[in-house]
Design a binder for this molecule. Sequence first.
Ligand code: GLY
Length: 377
Amino acid sequence: MSEHSAEAPPLAVVGGGVIGLSVAWRAAVAGFGVTVFDPAPGRGASWVAGGMLAPVAEAWPGEEDVLRLGEESLRRWPGFADDLCAEGADPGLSGAGTVVAGADRADVEQLSVLARYLGSLGREVSVLGGRELRRTQPGLGSSLSGGLLVPGDLAVDNRRLLDALIDAASRRGVRFVPAPVTTVSRTEVRTGDSVAEFAHVVLAAGAWSCGLHPELADRVRPLKGEILRLRARRGSLPPPRRTVRAVVEGRPCYLVPRADGELVLGATQYEAGFDSTVTARGVRELLENAERVFPAIAEYELVETAAGLRAASADNLPYIGALTDGVLAATGHHRNGLLLAPVTADAVVALLTGAEPPAPAVAAHPDRTRETQEESA
Ligand code: GLY
């Protein structure tokens, strides 16, 4: 199956989204002979993502394990990006921070809960009134009631990142097989009538993981998200410099600027199975909310509409670790695939080489919900 050197332990990575590609690249650097199975590597949900690396701005009480894992990954992001740059592949990391805006008083009250929670965890966050908010980020809507400034968050250009990972992985000898996978086991990957043998198999197929392994059937589900890509026209206000997250009458939205002048506006969140059609309602909802947050976008060119399927888990933590038959799961990253790519890749490589995974990744072991499932069966 493989043209890798005889000493390189053969590793299959099923899924070529941001998680699979990050695992593949890091594992190839660690000496594995890696084959990625994906009919369209670098597409899927990762291609549609906003690219916010925002564990603090997206934190919520009760999700401390998600926050710890996200912060660990955020700490690893600059090194991960530098390593990609050293391979000649720049992922477009931005450190401009995040402002979070609340449209009405109830939204601002929701943000105060978040600010108090983050303060109690010792996280840096400043509460802003409406005027301070607009001074901090010019162009925000005059009706916004207030918000927060979260200086430590990063953002990445998801599409540059995916191209960078494919380049870096290819340069490290990773092979790409475009065939759709039908089943996986600890050492085998089946595509149609062919079966290929490996020393290890990593399942990183995002929302599709539920159909590839019985243990994930009830634990990973697709969660649809629609985004829009817009571009300022001549004479219109330029996009915000920072990531802007907002709560508009209880509904979240975000605006993430790209270095090339595009602005990604996201994202809806629906339980719609594997339907990835962009709907008129989704587009209207995003534009209505975003116009209240950053009114200038009404004059922007609408460049693209797209929908992706996040891989959701019941507790919003991913599954990183061995399933009972030894397949290594790296899936279920919910809203946080791009953020969690570095820590997931490092955890998987640690598990493959018998090293200690990063401490916050232990909470993401698939065993955590297996017991609950068995009790309720
Ligand atoms: N991480 C943003 C989203 O999933 O919409």
